[in-house]
Design a protein around this ligand. Sequence first.
Ligand SMILES: *Cc1c(COP(=O)(O)O)cnc(C)c1O
Length: 432
Amino acid sequence: MFVSECLNVNEKGHLTIGGCDTVELANQFGTPLIVYNEETIRKNCREFVSSINEHYEGKGLVYYASKAFSCLEMCRICKSEGLGLDVVSGGELYTALKADFPPEKICFHGNNKTDSEICEALDAGVGRIIVDNIEELRKIGRTAAEKNKTAKVLLRIKPGIDAHTHEFIKTGQIDSKFGFALETGEAMEAVKLALAEENIELMGLHCHIGSQIFDIDPFILAAEVMIAFIAEIKKETGTELTELNLGGGFGIKYTGDDNPESFSEYMKKVALSLKATAEKYGIKTPFVMIEPGRSIVGAEAVTLYTVGSVKEIPNIRNYVSIDGGMTDNPRYILYGSKYDIHCANKMNEPRDYMATIAGRCCESGDLIQKDAMIQKTQEGDIIAVLSTGAYNYSMASNYNRVPRPAVVMITDGKPRLIIKRESYDDLIANDI
Ligand SMILES: *Cc1c(COP(=O)(O)O)cnc(C)c1O
């Protein structure tokens, strides 16, 4: 069983994605190559949308967190599925606008938005700006006044919840660089300031407790804390906020050890809790926004590499060197992430060979996985790393002046290039 239903094995014993032979894709487009499957990406989008319809009477909007994988085609897919888009930089906003994404369905994030990004967001007419800190709140107010506009904002709140996930991707606890703290009174102070700002319309609150979270309880807890805060705001200021953005962070399957709950199950439980808590505090159930990133695209892509050499160090380790690595996938070096890895042209052979998949950069830490079980591998084999749809291409770099890989989308069983492979000329394009 694979991490996504879009993966299979064909009669040649080759791995397939969306019905396409990955070995043929590697031959046709070259490696490293990232291959996405459109049908299952769309299926994930629809599952999120329908779960809000089913469990929360459609009173919500799903925003794809584009930092997971942003490009024109991905924005177009989200647009056609009726999703909103969460952007965290001027660059992601620019990409969305170039894809004709409706600006009113864009949320603008970031814990340190630059002056020019604030201008760009206001000029574009983004639907919501998520405000991170007091300085930024004032700056948005001033800039909106200069432009004779009103900025519709949500305040990013740290609900004080410690989700069980990797240290670097936890964001809901008080010791976090993101947002306003509840415990210290900082959040209430920000609410009052926002309500007083003339060119700011405070629409609601936002929280995002972290990423790759499997447990539903922290999400429920966060929802309850936020509703209680909306009630407190109503009591203190007389204003009842009507929007609640609960962020993203839903875990996906990287290996057989991961067991994410269906999103429908998440929404069912969170919706029940939102309704019960709102009733308890005597406020209306808010319009709910969620921001899945990883769970839309993560499991729906594979990265294909060609093996260059195999170095067997007796009693120590077998290094299988590939033609990519931390430049296209820095998640192992960042988080020690686990992956399911296969030799794509030997799928029917036993996975009884322990291999450390090594990248090509001048860093001993440039690995994709240490001691992974794969098929016995040699020069020229195609290595497939599964679940590389999120935070891979979007985190790619040009370290060692390695060009970024090409990206292909499988649509109706046919591959099409959606991002060209970088050329050497691209690498020196900004050099003077
Ligand atoms: C990263 C992030 C997301 C998406 O997180 P995933 O784990 O990819 O679902 C959503 N909202 C905010 C504010 C984020 O920072």
